[in-house]
Structure formats: C-alpha cells, structure tokens
Design a protein around this ligand. Structure first.
Ligand code: SOE
Length: 385
C-alpha cells in the first residue's frame, strides 16, 4: 500500500490528538494511502521529545522544525503548534513542496492567512485547516439535512462556545493569553470554531458588529515550561493582552441574522460548543458536550406531535459512524481528528482539495478581523469576500 511520510510539529495537546488520529485513521477507515508516522517535532528537551515520540508511535523526533520541513523524505507537514508559528512553518513547508494540514485558526492575522493561502496555491500542494467540529457526525448530518431543505428559509443562527478554564485569576499567563503568541483570545480560539461552524451550516457571514472583553487583566507568569513555546519560568505577573470574551452580531448572505458568544469564563461550561439554527420549516440545536445527539424540530409534523426530538447520530448510515461501533455506542472528541486525517488522506488519494482548506481559513480570519475592527470602532464592519 502506498505510504505518505508525515512530520507532525507540536507534541502537546494537539500533538496528542493528531498522533492518535494518524494511528487510527487506516485501522477504522479504508483507503489506499497509509500515513507513516516519521517524525515528531516540538520545542522540548531531547528526552521529553524522544519519550513522547515513542509513546505516540513516531519513528523519530527532532526539535528543529526548520530542518524537518526541508527533509526530502517528508511528504506532508502537520502544523499543530501555537498560532504564532503557523505562518513561518506553512510558508517554509509549502516552499519545500509539502502537503499541509494546519490547526485552527489558520493564522494570527488576516494578512498572514492570505500569505499562507498564496504559498500553498503557488506550491500546488494539498492544504486543510483543522476545524475539527465539522467532522462531528451530528454536525455533518445536520449539514446534510440543511442541504436537503429541512429548515426552509433560515431566520436565526445562534452560536455560543463557552468554556471556563481560566476563570481562576491565579491561572497562569499561558501562551493563549498573549496576543504575540495567540493572535487573539476567546475570539480566535473558540470563536473561530463557532464562526466556521456557522459558515459551514448557514453560509457566508457578510457583516458583523463585535465586542471584546478582558475580565482579568494580569496573571501570574507561568512556571518552567508551561508558558509560550519554550518560554522559561519567571517570577511575578504579566499582562493579559487578549480578549476573555467575544460577542458579535452577524448578518449572513442568506438574509438570516446571527448572535455569537465565546467565553472562557462561563463557569461550569467545560467545552460547551453549541449552536441553534431556526428556519421557516424547522429548527436544529447541537451541544458538543452531548456530541452524539442532534436536536431537531420539524414544523411540518402534525400539530399534536410538535416539539424538539433528540436524534442519536450513531447509526451506520450517519456520517463517519459506520466505521466505529454499533448504534448507541457513541464516539468522542478524539474521533473527529481521525475523521479529519481520513478525509485529508482521501483528498490526497483522489487529488481533491479537502474542506475546510486554507480558503475557508482565510474567510474565517476575515470574519475574526472584522470583529476586531468593529470592537475598536464601535461600528458595523463588512466582511470582505
Ligand atoms: C481551548 O479552547 C481548546 O483546546 C481549543 O483550542 C480547541 O480547538 C477546542 O477543540 C477545545 O478547546
């Protein structure tokens, strides 16, 4: 079976999720192209990196990404690092002719994202940005139902992605809380997911008005190694330079209106990535914390049977689920990454650009950028096409 030699850059949370996905993709989803887990790259001690590579199933490890992306024996580079490294890594990997999977959001700014799209299109390589929630079976099924017209004309879209992992003021100033590393806070991290899901399910957003809030303005500096990529532990406090909460109103091209909130201070909401969409013929609702279920309200049902029903999206004929377990046996967060790797490999096999690719990544970044401009100006902001 033909193999594709993979280099993964990033060995912490996303490195763990992606490594698992490379190991599982061809065990659960059939396909010709087999991912060969060649090298794990990360900013860590030789011992930590070697141990992580061994544990996750990589043949080698290397702490110098610049060397890894140039290797002749590497066909594909997977960028799973903090956002500030996406741009330099993708530009270098594209120039070296590698196919690229990049974690979300694509970049830390719209101009970086545009650069990256230009680079991969010039290089003629395959590219995908990993907005993983599109690959939740319930979300992919919702998309199919919407395409079949089950909602009728859409009036409202609500997206709320709420977490609470930094509600404690003593939580340290990790890289996600500094603009120079993360680009933005809740907006670009979880708001980007909410916006991508909205555009996936309900079409393009063409105007926004936004509000960004930072509740806690400074935090203890991180201890040794917990900080930004390779930061050393320091004493004292540092400034939070990103938003803790991002709210926006949006107008969609299809005439519907959107309301969005992304916060990391919603106590009790651990990964509460939710959306509801309301149309003339029906409504839908989804909650990532109950990711195997889709709520459906069908107004065309007889009046004495109206109401939301819960669909268990675990049947063999639902998206992706046939490859896993019998109905009702449910799957989890990590499976969406296996779906993404499978879809990327399929794109390579069929020479067909997977979605979302860097074009969607640039669109997403354009919405984020418009929200930031609007939050500054206090005015409505168009989203450039
Ligand atoms: C933190 O907000 C985070 O890890 C996001 O960065 C991921 O994209 C999301 O899937 C889970 O939460």
């Amino acid at each position: 079976m033909p193999e594709i030699n993979v280099a993964l850059i990033g060995h912490r949370f996303m490195g763990k999720a992606h490594s698992n996905a490379y190991r599982q993709a061809r065990r659960f989803f059939s396909g010709k192209l087999i991912p060969r887990m060649k090298v794990l790259c990360g900013k860590a001690s030789v011992e930590e990196l070697e141990e992580t590579a061994r544990l996750y199933g990589w043949e080698e490890s290397d702490s110098e990404w610049e060397r890894v992306v140039e290797r002749k024996d590497i066909d594909m580079v997977d960028v799973a690092t903090p956002g500030y490294l996406h741009h330099p890594m993708v530009i270098a990997a594209a120039a070296a002719g590698k196919h690229i999977l990049c974690e979300k959001p694509l970049a830390n700014s719209l101009s970086e994202a545009k650069d990256m799209l230009k680079a991969v299109e010039k290089a003629g390589v395959m590219h995908m940005v990993n907005f993983s929630y599109r690959r939740v079976p319930a979300v992919a099924f919702a998309k199919k139902l919407i395409e079949d017209g089950i909602l009728g004309d859409v009036y409202h879209y609500h997206g709320a992605y709420l977490q609470d992992w930094i509600i404690d003021p003593e939580f340290p100033l990790v890289w996600r809380l500094e603009k120079k590393f993360a680009g933005s806070g809740a907006l670009g991290d979880i708001g980007a997911h909410a916006i991508d899901l909205a555009e996936y399910l309900n079409g393009e957003i063409h105007g926004v008005t936004g509000m960004l809030t930072t509740f806690i303005k400074e935090r203890p500096l991180p201890a040794e190694g917990e900080g930004a990529w390779g930061a050393k532990g320091q004493k004292g406090k540092g400034k939070v330079t990103v938003d803790d909460d991002a709210n926006l109103l949006a107008r969609f091209k299809n005439g519907s209106v959107g309301v969005f909130e992304s916060s990391r201070f919603a106590g009790g909401r651990r990964n509460f990535n939710t959306w509801q969409v309301y149309g003339s013929k029906g409504s839908m609702a989804f909650n990532q914390e109950r990711m195997n279920e889709l709520e459906l309200y069908d107004r065309t049902e007889p009046s004495d049977r109206q109401g939301f029903k819960t669909i268990s999206v675990t049947e063999a004929n639902h998206p992706y689920t046939g490859a896993w377990w019998p109905p009702g046996h449910i799957i989890g967060y990590e499976h969406t990454f296996v779906h993404a790797i499978h879809d990327f490999l399929t794109g390579l096999e069929k020479d067909r650009l997977p979605e979302p690719n860097f074009r969607h990544g640039v669109r997403n970044q354009a919405v984020l950028d418009a929200v930031e401009h609007s939050a500054k100006s206090g005015r409505w902001q168009k989203v450039p096409r």
